[in-house]
Design a protein around this ligand. Structure first.
Ligand code: N01
Length: 536
């Protein structure tokens, strides 16, 4: 890699990404006195909340928890308007954080990292960008997101479509005027389920193309009252304390009694309560529902009945109710009026299992049975999760090894942070962390605190190189699989397992043993002087 930027600055650390994690990392690295450079492909901070601007995009973790905990004044001064915040509000929050702590000055925006290479002789990284710059740094931290590499499905004829083509994960900043249009939505994961009811409101017609149905629980969103916000502010320290070692990094507690130890009435009451609380918490009604098929069946049948009751046409209901995975083993979606939407005359469902797409034409979509005409096609087709963004950069580590070679038999990390063969490089919210199963705001704080503490450890001891030991990474990766194998999660073709990307090795990527257990393990690693890493 040759420098053509004329930039001779040697950084202590380069942090790639300006989402929850990157922004926090850059701020704290600067605060710790490190020479830090942040690089971000988007034109502003926000990460997921910068790119996913589609109508209806909302977080399924309560707003007051899905926010930074590190600064009491920030926490006290910011007002969340709704229980589940919408994308514009979360993005505004992250922009506010960037302004408040003056973080933008450390960033290069609109700059995509395209290469990263470790130099053996100097133990430094050279990072290249799509603008032709190269930057050198002792450490590099990839906070590039778990769900940030969108998939464009390989459907024949897709590039011949003459109408408007939109991706939920790359929604135009100026919005899209789809009122009065005939719209196709391809994909029925969280994004497709969130966007469809909003698009249906003003469309002439909306057709949802579903390959696999998903479970969705209604999101009981509403504005926070002033009294609630006051109470939350008063009890924030306790709320955060409760979250800090909790399984999902939120203050919510699970019912402790197993499903089959409760009477039918008690079970029904518990499920009804969780259903009404809404969202992903329905994955945690009973402690055994993700490990015991009989317990899972109880919850699944309850959800099936709830969904069936919303849909007028029994045949449509049968298509919309999943039958290929235990409930919760694919991320439970959260919706506002998704199932009810199908009761409207102008909304229809195409079950791709019965009626596959043959090709996309200039005017619409041709299935094996018919030609359907559209003005716009919306792709809500998911992401190359957890490894996609980092593999697209494909860093070159010690001895010239490429990341895709190191991951040839599946991703291997130690605690998510370190990859053997890649000294002085850290990945954030990566394979081997609870990340996607926990509250990302607090998870990101934990990740960057840990990494910055290790960097500090190296700096104060003149340690030039730090890298995960092969045996500790192997052990941790085996442990991930072991924990997952004890659950029902491995029975679903989910993106957790990489099943949505053709040719991707099936490895259960998140650590499913809970945020608290993971965090304790990371604490121990630090307290013991990083025995899982080689320091030299
Ligand atoms: O992506 P997905 P997503 N032809 O992978 C279908 C988080 N999130 O963006 O299942 C036809 O879940 C695919 O079908 P199948 C959350 O963690 C959170 O919706 O592969 N269909 C599937 O239906 C979530 O889990 C929130 O058979 C094709 C869909 O596209 C994660 O992000 C909101 C296809 C992709 O679903 C990802 O969600 C949004 C093809 N060729 C996202 N290719 C909230 O907080 C793919 N599909 C609420």
């Amino acid at each position: 890699m040759h420098s053509n930027s004329g930039s001779d600055t040697r950084y202590d650390v380069i942090i790639v990404g300006a989402g929850f994690a990157g922004l926090y990392g850059v701020h704290h690295a600067a605060r710790a006195g490190l020479r830090v450079l942040g690089i971000e492909a988007g034109d502003d901070v926000g990460g997921t909340w910068y790119w996913n601007r589609y109508p209806g995009a909302r977080c399924d973790v309560e707003s007051v928890d899905y926010s930074y905990s590190f600064d009491a004044q920030l926490q006290q001064s910011w007002t969340w308007t709704e229980r589940f915040a919408a994308q514009p509000e979360i993005h505004a929050y992250l922009r506010h954080v960037a302004d408040r702590f003056d973080v933008r000055r450390h960033y290069r925006f609109g700059t995509r990292v395209t290469a990263a290479e470790f130099d053996e002789t100097t133990s430094t990284w050279t990072v290249g960008t799509d603008r032709g710059d190269t930057f050198r740094s002792r450490f590099v931290v990839f906070a590039t997101g778990c769900l940030s590499e969108p998939i464009r499905p390989d459907i024949p004829g897709a590039n011949t479509f003459a109408g408007e083509e939109l991706f939920t994960a790359r929604w135009p900043e100026a919005g899209a005027d789809l009122a009065g249009k005939r719209i196709a939505v391809i994909g029925t994961g969280s994004s497709g389920i969130q966007v469809s009811p909003l698009l249906a409101r003003d469309a002439t017609s909306l057709t949802v193309f579903q390959r696999s149905p998903n479970y969705s629980v209604p999101m009981p969103n509403r504005p926070w009252t002033e009294a609630e916000m006051r109470q939350i502010r008063e009890t924030y320290p306790q709320r955060r304390e409760k979250s800090s070692y909790a399984p999902a990094a939120t203050p919510h507690e699970s019912i402790q009694t197993k499903a089959r130890e409760l009477s039918e009435d008690e079970r029904l009451a518990a499920m009804e309560q969780r259903w009404n609380e809404g969202g992903v918490l329905f994955n945690k009604v009973f402690p055994d529902q993700n490990s015991d098929m009989a317990a899972n069946d109880i919850v699944r049948e309850f959800a099936d009945a709830k969904i069936r009751a919303k849909i007028a046409d029994a045949a449509v209901a049968a298509d919309l109710i999943p039958n290929d995975h235990p409930i919760g083993t694919k991320r439970i979606c959260t919706d506002v009026g998704y199932y009810e939407m199908f009761n409207q005359e102008h909304v229809s469902l195409v079950n791709l299992r019965r009626e596959p797409i043959e090709e996309i034409t200039a005017t619409g979509i041709r299935t094996v049975d018919r030609q359907l005409e559209f003005d716009a096609i919306v792709y809500a087709t998911g992401f190359d999760a957890m490894t996609g963004a980092l593999l697209s950069i494909d860093p070159k580590g010690a001895n010239g090894i490429r990341l895709h070679e190191a991951f040839a038999d599946g991703p291997v990390t130690y605690l998510g942070f370190g990859i053997p063969g890649f000294p002085n490089m850290f990945s954030v919210n990566s394979v081997g962390t609870p990340s996607v199963m926990a509250n990302m705001a607090l998870h990101s704080e934990q990740q960057l605190d840990w990494i910055l503490a290790l960097i500090e450890h190296c700096r104060t001891r003149d340690i030039a190189r730090v890298q995960a030991r092969t045996e500790s990474a192997r052990e941790w990766t085996d442990h991930l699989m072991e924990v997952a194998a004890g659950t029902l999660f491995v029975r679903a073709n989910s993106w957790y397992l990489g099943a949505n990307v053709e040719g991707k090795k099936r490895v259960f990527m998140p650590y499913i043993g809970g945020f608290g257990n993971y965090r304790r393990r990371c604490d121990t690693e630090r307290e013991n002087g990083y025995p899982g890493f080689e320091l030299s």
